[in-house]
Design a protein around this ligand. Structure first.
Ligand SMILES: [Zn+2]
Length: 329
């Protein structure tokens, strides 16, 4: 096959996302301005039962801080951020609680922000990644679930156990550690990985050293991501990455013509969820050298410039649909 779908959008080598559990209003003090400065989108995980309220959850380190309300979350959406469900109560989700924690919470949050919620984020620890929780997530139409396992996500990994890199000043006992702005980046480059960082609300000093970084450490992380990533990193909200992943894995390529004068392909998209509202794919095509002088692709018969990325290699990023035809001449 001389037409292939790239592992990640724009044929980037690795992917970077960052999430902020609890969606606290104090993100406006440091985190959001730092995001605006570097142009990296963020993602907040909302405890829906306390939407807009001052946090009051057991012995949480963040009690006394206020959760964002619906309008504040909508403002984040207009800045290119994303929003996920961090459960209704932030408690351990028993089998008889999934309706409130996952279905009702999704519904209430969607009404509050007037947008779909596609991601669940486990509250507390990975206890809330139990089988009954994840199967309820699938049933209620989520596209993915985020854990707190410190690891990369690879292009072939399942979406109902997404790993996240703790961006914390230091790790829990017995493993003390030093804050590492390079954490997982080299590995992401090597393995075409997707890093999803997580912290809570970076301020002058971390609210809790095992749960957060400082605003200076957040800034250093972004500088490191952009410097190490250069033009090889795709900075995106997790939903955009999920949409790409799902579209890529559900698309089949059929070769219609393969001659010395034309290569033509048809795409089949089977069983893709209606929740995947952005269906963009990046393709790489191997073509004869003589087609590279004026690189073009014909999409359903209409020509468009393609990008030459190497000898006999063209690249295009296209909004796809079932039956779409791509041709090179
Ligand atoms: Zn939490």
């Amino acid at each position: 096959m001389s037409l292939t779908i790239c592992p990640w959008k724009y044929n980037k080598r690795w992917v970077y996302s960052i999430t902020y559990d609890e969606a606290l209003a104090d993100l406006h003090r440091f985190a959001i301005p730092i995001h605006e400065e570097y142009g990296i989108p963020g993602h907040v995980e909302v405890v829906v039962g306390q939407l807009g309220e001052v946090r009051n959850l057991g012995s949480s380190s963040y009690n006394g801080y206020r959760h964002m309300n619906g309008d504040e979350l909508k403002d984040l959406l207009t800045r290119g951020w994303g929003v996920g469900n961090h459960s209704w109560s932030h408690q351990v989700i028993q089998p008889d609680m999934v309706d409130r924690e996952l279905r009702q919470a999704k519904e209430v949050l969607e009404a509050a922000i007037d947008a779909p919620i596609d991601l669940y984020c486990s509250p507390g620890n990975n206890t809330n990644m139990a089988d009954h929780v994840l199967s309820a997530c699938r049933e209620y139409g989520y596209l993915g679930a985020m854990s707190i396992t410190d690891a990369l996500n690879r292009p072939t990994d399942p979406l109902f156990w997404l790993n996240r890199t703790p961006l914390h000043e230091r790790y829990y006992e017995p493993f003390g550690s030093e804050y590492d702005p390079f954490r997982n980046i080299r590995y992401a480059k090597e393995d075409h990985g997707w890093i999803i960082d997580y912290c809570h609300c970076p301020l002058e000093t971390p609210i809790h050293p095992n749960k957060d970084c400082s605003q200076a450490q957040l800034r250093r992380r972004f500088e490191t991501v952009l410097c190490e990533g250069d033009d090889e990193v795709w900075c995106a909200v997790p939903e955009e990455v999920l949409f790409y992943h799902l579209t890529r894995t559900q698309t089949q390529i059929e070769t219609l013509t393969d001659t010395e004068t034309e290569k033509r392909y048809r795409l089949a998209l089977n069983g893709l969820s209606n929740s995947v509202t952005c269906r963009t794919l990046t393709f790489e095509a191997d073509v004869p050298a003589s087609w590279c002088r004026s690189p073009h692709v014909w999409i359903n018969g209409e020509s468009r410039p393609a990008t030459l990325i190497g000898p006999q290699k063209l690249q295009i990023t296209v909004d796809v649909e079932n039956g779409l035809e791509l041709a090179f001449r």
